[in-house]
Ligand binder design. Structure first.
Ligand SMILES: NC(=O)NCCC(=O)O
Ligand SMILES: [Zn+2]
Ligand SMILES: [Zn+2]
Length: 486
């Protein structure tokens, strides 16, 4: 059985051109003019892009005394309808602290239920010999990224020495450390201060996490990565202070990547000052939304290449769950949604405004992260041999985002009322059309598979060779030439 995606303009990270794509089974078999197949997917008047990859989701994740309401089934169905064909979800160790058991747990939740492909990042939330040993097992199981939280004091947060140890282990294993960069100690102090002053509303969340807190932690994480001799990926970069740290590190020749979220690019901190408690609490996430100055910085970083990936950090709680924080903002579960709307909102606010070219859009939604995560060109590319993860992207398909219409099971949408000018006409995942606009069908659970990602020692090796060449020199001195002490 073959399928031809016919009559569209292919857009990849490096060029746009007219061609058909022939799919055989799960793979792209050929790209060219006038291709024939058993079945035709109409792409006339549309762009044809590599399926979106969202490298930052939290589905069915226990967090802050509850569990994210978005399931692997609903979250991946929502993703497919929005043109995303792969997510990478965060695995958190449970009470036994085992990374390997946590990985098994995530497979148990996802296997047979996912509509599109998944990969995992595993969180390192402490440090001991078991974690050191299990990191190697996790890498063998196809995970090449480890996440470190510098915030959430008393829960997930790691100290600097633990981060240094884990980053060094990543360097040995050819894995990439990721960081949530916010100074957790200072946030905890500011939370206590505002609560003591009776400032308990959701806006306290934003006030207790100013940009300086993020900028400091980003600088610190970069310094620790440099000391450990490992590249670094900074998740949810929300402000100029963090972006500046990444820019500076890259100018110095360091391999540091930054990931803004579509929410931080488009939504304003003013949301937290809404008189409606539910409205504000639904938007509580870390780092918080910022003002226009920071948004401009993030857009500029994407265009200039100092930031590389746009994700969502989809960590979705219902309104009822958000109300766990009615007595004080520190108890509002942190997280928002966006998985379903990432491509449409980014296209509308990015490409339609001229801030991004269509090629840059493909780079930041798919190709760059496929390369960073070492799954390129299986994912993130339109080339023969790649997985046929393809989106027919219709630049004339408008809609107004409404929670009432979404596939996500959350009872609201932070983009409610936003008008988007483009959407997925068809989403193809490994050769199967899993979503077609206007056909009232739901992507089928069980289609998605786990995509293992091999370690990528090249970057660490390059760094260690360079570090060795430039290492501090220690001098051997003949004991006879050393003065004896007084
Ligand atoms: N971002 C957020 O508020 N929640 C998800 C967990 C995290 O990534 O920090
Ligand atoms: Zn985070
Ligand atoms: Zn997250």
């Amino acid at each position: 059985m073959t399928t031809v995606v016919k009559g569209g303009t292919l857009v990849t990270a490096d060029r746009s051109y007219e061609a058909d794509i022939l799919i055989e089974g799960e793979k792209i078999a050929a790209i060219g003019a006038d291709l024939k197949g058993d079945k035709v997917v109409d792409a006339s008047g549309a762009y044809v892009i590599p399926g979106g990859i969202d490298p930052h989701t939290h589905l069915e994740m226990p967090f802050m005394g509850t569990t994210t309401a978005e399931t692997f089934e609903s979250g991946t169905a929502a993703a497919a309808s929005g043109g995303t064909t792969m997510i990478v979800d965060f695995v958190l160790p449970g009470p036994d602290g085992s990374l390997v058991n946590a990985l098994r747990d995530w497979h148990r939740k996802a296997d047979g239920r996912i509509c599109i492909d998944v990969g995992w990042h595993v969180a390192v939330t402490g440090w001991n010999e078991t974690i050191w040993r299990e990191m190697a097992e996790v890498v063998k199981l196809g995970v090449n990224t480890f996440k470190h939280f510098m915030a959430y004091k008393g829960a997930l947060m790691v100290e600097d020495d633990e981060m240094y140890a884990s980053f060094s282990r990543c360097a040995e294993l050819g894995a990439l450390p990721l960081v949530h960069a916010e100074n957790g100690d200072i946030i905890a102090e500011l939370q206590k201060k505002f609560m003591a002053q009776g400032k308990t509303g959701p806006e306290g969340h934003a006030h207790s996490r100013p940009p300086e807190v993020e900028g400091e932690a980003t600088n610190r994480a970069i310094m620790i990565a440099d000391a450990a001799g490992v590249p670094l990926y900074v998740v949810h970069v929300s402000c100029e202070e963090a972006h500046e740290a990444i820019r500076r590190a890259r100018q110095k020749g360091m391999r540091v990547w930054g990931e803004p979220l579509v929410q931080h690019l488009t939504l304003d901190e003013g949301e937290y000052f809404d008189k409606d408690w539910d409205h504000a609490a639904r938007r509580v996430m870390s780092p918080p939304f910022r003002d226009r100055k920071h948004q401009d910085s993030l857009w500029a970083g994407l265009a200039a290449g100092s930031l590389q990936v746009v994700a969502t950090d989809h960590c979705a709680f219902t309104t009822a769950q958000k109300r766990m924080g009615l007595k004080g903002f520190p108890s509002i579960p942190n997280g928002t949604g966006g998985l379903e709307d990432r491509l449409a909102v980014l296209w509308t606010r990015g490409v339609e405004t001229g801030r991004l070219t269509p090629e840059e859009f493909v780079a930041v939604t798919s190709t760059n992260i496929a390369r960073i995560l070492n799954i390129y060109p299986r994912k993130g590319a339109l080339v023969p041999g790649a997985d046929a993860d393809i989106v027919v992207w219709d630049p004339k398909l408008k809609k107004t985002i409404r929670a009432a219409d979404q596939l996500s099971i959350i009872d609201y949408n932070v983009f409610e009322g936003v008008e988007v000018t483009a959407q997925a006409r068809h989403t193809i995942s490994r050769g199967t059309v899993v979503w077609s606009h206007g056909q009232n069908t739901r992507p089928s659970a069980g289609h998605g598979i786990y995509i293992p990602r091999p370690a990528f020692p090249a970057a660490s090796k390059a760094l260690s060779v360079w570090k060795e060449l430039n290492s501090p020199r220690f001098i051997h001195r003949d004991p006879q030439n050393i003065p004896s002490g007084v």
